[in-house]
Design a protein around this ligand. Structure first.
Ligand code: AMP
Length: 514
């Protein structure tokens, strides 16, 4: 146990009374968490901003927030949470789950206009927030910060079947300028937890999990939920200062044993690999964007005792659903590590433009099927575009180009469209273009993802028609999109290069600005 951890114990009948709630359905993840509250009350659940909280501490805050929900908005299904790196935020998530409701994370650093679109689409009337301050129109704030640590509080589990209830709704970049809502049901989440268990990782309450993700990104859900299901401790990454330095500090000083990270972390840490030695790391997973073999091999020397895996999945298929365990021979394509094979109760196929399944070795669009698949977007039109039915199965079109090799492993080869990943964040370049066109009243602008000198991808925008001052334009853009979508570079060209069909040749443009 870390030296600065002071256990705080509380009798568990305060939470559950003498009768413990038992859920009779398949809701394993909630039952698991409830059982952990009982069995690991004095163990550390979270280390946030260098402060430890036990499962008892967490349980008291959950109980109090749950009673606030009951008091203020018993009939509301969708509740927003103004996310911060604090205990109240995680306790709000658990209180919402246990109440059979749905959480929608609202990032305080995102423009109010964007948050308002999310609030409106999800029909949110109440926001859980640490403070009473409210920056958003048409919502009532329930302050969670003044939560009294009342030892008589009790946690209760919703009595109705939760399978089809949405556990959370996350919003991803939408090409038409409006964020796309992806609901994930309790059944989806439960299927993920079961499939994760089936991977056979030997994790338990002694493990220390890294949680490096914004709660608006679904990899965060694995990073807090899996440890809470086993009584392990979640170590969040302080959000002040340099993110990547903070990640490394947490990995080293907290002797993290399980870390799910985006590959961009490696690009940032690469200059320091020689000095990095993390013998306590037992599982080092990567997800969210292409993982390159050369940097991975160097990283493996930093984590000599770890099982290393490349895992893959879109938000629409709950966190991740394919895994590739790194062994002696690493399968890759153009240096990109294979994304492996589907997890339990998930399936993947590669199809051509007519949705005909392609044989092994042929490249096409990767489509997913199975228990982790969202029932569909909040916007039915988007659902019709991205899902199709075949032989009684419902498939999600990922937009990823892939093929399956003879060993049954899938190989990621790139994107069909203009979706990119910048430090793990999913961005539709056309969304940036949409806003810039609306701001400038002109269509002469293209957004591209370009490689920066340190190997990290960055957003560049290119304006046609020669140099001009774009300060005001970028200032307005900041009020429309999250900070990670703001271009790092602005270029000007006299005229866009055109391809044979007369459209802007994005590849040629990329070369022009390189
Ligand atoms: P998100 O919904 O933000 O999780 O983004 C999903 C997209 O990220 C996928 O459709 C892929 O384009 C990309 N992605 C996720 N994991 C991987 C991986 N291991 N390798 C390559 N691309 C990945």
């Amino acid at each position: 146990m870390p030296p600065d951890f002071a256990p705080f114990s509380i009798a568990l009948h305060h939470f559950f009374g003498s009768k413990q709630p038992v859920f009779s359905g398949k809701m394993n993840f909630l039952n698991k968490i409830i059982s952990v509250f009982n069995t690991h009350a004095e163990a550390p659940a979270f280390c946030i901003q260098n402060k430890f909280y036990t499962y008892s501490d967490l349980g008291l805050v959950v109980a109090s927030i749950q009673s606030k929900i009951k008091e203020n908005c018993p009939g509301e299904q969708n509740l927003g949470i103004v996310i911060k790196d604090d205990l109240e935020t995680y306790a709000s998530i658990l209180a919402i789950f246990l109440s059979g409701k749905t959480y929608i994370p609202i990032h305080p650093a995102y423009p109010v206009e964007r948050a308002s679109q999310i609030i409106e689409q999800a029909g949110i009337k109440y926001l859980l927030s640490k403070t009473e301050n409210n920056t958003y129109p048409n919502v009532t704030v329930i302050a969670t910060g003044k939560t009294p640590l009342d030892e008589t509080g009790s946690i209760s589990l919703a009595a109705f079947p939760l399978d089809e209830t949405n556990a959370y709704i996350l919003f991803t970049s939408g090409s038409t300028g409006v964020p796309k809502g992806v609901p994930i049901t309790c059944h989806n989440l439960d299927s993920f937890v079961n499939a994760f268990d089936a991977l056979g990782y030997k994790t338990d309450h002694n493990d220390r999990f890294l949680q490096m993700f914004e709660l608006t990104f679904d990899l965060s859900v694995m990073s807090y939920l899996i440890p809470l299901c086993t009584g392990a401790c979640v170590y969040t990454v302080p959000d002040t200062g340099m993110k990547f330095t903070n990640i490394y500090n947490v990995l080293e000083t907290r002797k993290i044993t399980f870390a799910l990270m985006v590959p961009s972390v490696l690009a940032n840490l690469r200059p320091y690999f020689e000095e990095i030695d993390l013998p306590d790391m037992r599982y080092s997973l990567f997800c969210g964007e292409a993982l390159y073999k050369d940097v991975l091999q160097e990283w493996m020397r930093c984590v000599p005792n770890a099982v290393v895996e490349n895992v893959y999945g879109p938000t629409e298929a709950t966190i991740f659903c394919l895994t590739y365990k790194i062994g002696g021979n690493i399968t890759d394509y153009n240096g990109i590590v294979s994304i492996g094979a589907p997890m339990q109760d998930m399936d993947a196929i590669v199809v051509d433009e007519a949705y005909k399944q392609l044989p092994d070795g042929e490249k096409g669009e990767l489509c997913l099927y199975g228990n982790q698949l969202t029932p569909g977007y909040l916007n039915a039109e988007k659902t019709r575009e991205a899902f199709f039915e075949q032989n009684g199965k419902r498939y999600y079109r990922t937009g990823d180009i892939a093929f399956r090799n003879e060993e049954g492993n899938f190989i990621y080869c790139g994107r069909i469209d203009h979706q990119v990943k910048i430090q793990g964040f999913r961005i539709e370049l056309s969304e940036i273009e949409f806003h810039l066109r609306a701001i400038t009243g002109s269509s002469n602008v293209v957004a591209l993802a370009v490689n920066s000198p340190n190997g990290l991808m960055q957003i560049s925008v290119v304006f046609e028609g020669g140099d001009r001052d774009t300060t005001d334009i970028l200032e307005i853009l900041k009020t429309k999109v999250p900070p990670y979508m703001i271009p790092a570079q602005v270029h000007f060209v006299i005229a866009f290069p055109l391809n044979t069909s007369g459209k802007t040749d994005r590849k040629a443009l990329q070369k022009m600005i390189a």
